[in-house]
Design a protein around this ligand. Structure first.
Ligand code: ZN
Length: 70
């Protein structure tokens, strides 16, 4: 019997990517059930840091100020 153990850090079916944020150099993963969005830099290490949509603009600004996109 094969038991598929989901060890993946991201449940793809539950997430999407905000392309505007991705273009801005942000991870931009959206957790669809909650609408929370990851504001870590693109290809960041570790797990996503999901914040509520209201928090996204100021969190993204802070990240981009600290880590300007090349
Ligand atoms: Zn992320």
């Amino acid at each position: 019997m094969i038991r598929a153990v989901a060890a993946k850090p991201l449940e793809r079916s539950n997430t999407s990517v905000d392309e505007q944020l991705a273009d801005a150099g942000v991870c931009g993963q959206v957790h669809l059930p909650t609408g929370r969005t990851c504001v870590q830099p693109a290809r960041h290490a570790g797990g996503c840091d999901f914040v509520v949509r209201d928090e996204v603009p100021k969190r993204v600004e802070r990240h981009l100020a600290a880590h300007p996109a090349h």
